[in-house]
Design a protein around this ligand. Structure first.
Ligand code: HPA
Length: 241
């Protein structure tokens, strides 16, 4: 079998798939963290691997950038490959003064300026939220890892560049923590399909404090911590079934 965007067989993916945006990052994660990783997809260079972490099967596959891209891959994984949990592992730009580069954010909610929800014909505004079991499990794994994640709303924006807007001031006033481009679409697909989803994000830049530059070593350290949290979450979720 295969889908328009995934050339894998049924059973090739684990119940939990970690999704970075970047295909090369998917390969790096598989080769660095997973035992015995096998390439299960490479359509359009969107690399997907399945291996084990602490003896539990875990997959990692890239989502590409933006809600339309993660919408495609998450839909096909949930509906065609029996995937139960998708954990987006990505980066985000902080818009709060007390949220700094390298901090870890768990997106309990994902606001959006995208029209993705239009397809569901709802008579109002849908609030895309993370699955609570995944979220609380991930918070527990983060604390066990010595991390203290911020949990809250993010903005899944449709544009990275917005030359004609005043920037994210209004979202900042609503307490939104950071901006990224995928969580809301992932959460909506999970909701519609009765599956679980969560976004775990490291702050890679600050939209107001532009002097906050991360060294490559610091970036790698916070990324590694996020990865271990996500992988441990997959292990804990495998006990829930
Ligand atoms: N906007 C959108 N996505 C991002 C950003 C941003 O500023 N930083 C990291 N991912």
């Amino acid at each position: 079998m295969s889908t328009p965007h995934i050339n894998a067989q049924k059973g090739d993916f684990a119940k939990t798939v970690l999704m970075p945006g970047d295909p090369l990052r998917s390969k790096f994660i598989a080769e660095t963290f997973l035992t015995d990783p096998k390439l299960v997809n490479n359509v359009r260079g969107v690399q997907g691997y399945t291996g084990t972490w602490k003896d539990v099967p875990v997959s990692v596959m890239a989502s590409g950038m933006g809600i339309p891209a993660i919408g495609i891959y998450s839909y096909e994984l949930y509906t065609q490959y029996d995937v139960d949990n998708i954990i987006r592992i990505g980066s985000a730009g902080s818009i709060q003064p007390d949220l700094h580069t390298m901090d870890i954010v768990m997106a309990s909610g994902a606001c959006t300026d995208s029209n993705y929800a239009h397809q569901f014909s709802l008579n109002g505004t849908f609030a895309p939220v993370a699955d609570y079991t995944l979220l609380s499990t991930a918070v527990g794994c983060a604390r066990a890892n010595g991390a203290n994640p911020r949990v809250g709303n993010v903005l899944s924006a449709d544009n990275f560049y917005s030359p004609d807007s005043d920037g994210p001031d209004q979202w900042k006033k609503m307490g939104v923590l950071a901006i990224e481009m995928e969580c809301a679409g992932l959460y909506m697909n999970a909701a519609r399909l009765g599956k679980r989803a969560l976004g775990i994000l490291t702050i890679s830049d600050h939209l107001y404090i532009t002097s906050e530059n991360l060294s490559p070593e610091a970036r790698q350290k916070s990324f590694t911590q996020m990865m271990e949290i996500a992988l441990d979450t997959a292990v804990e979720m495998s006990k829930i079934g």
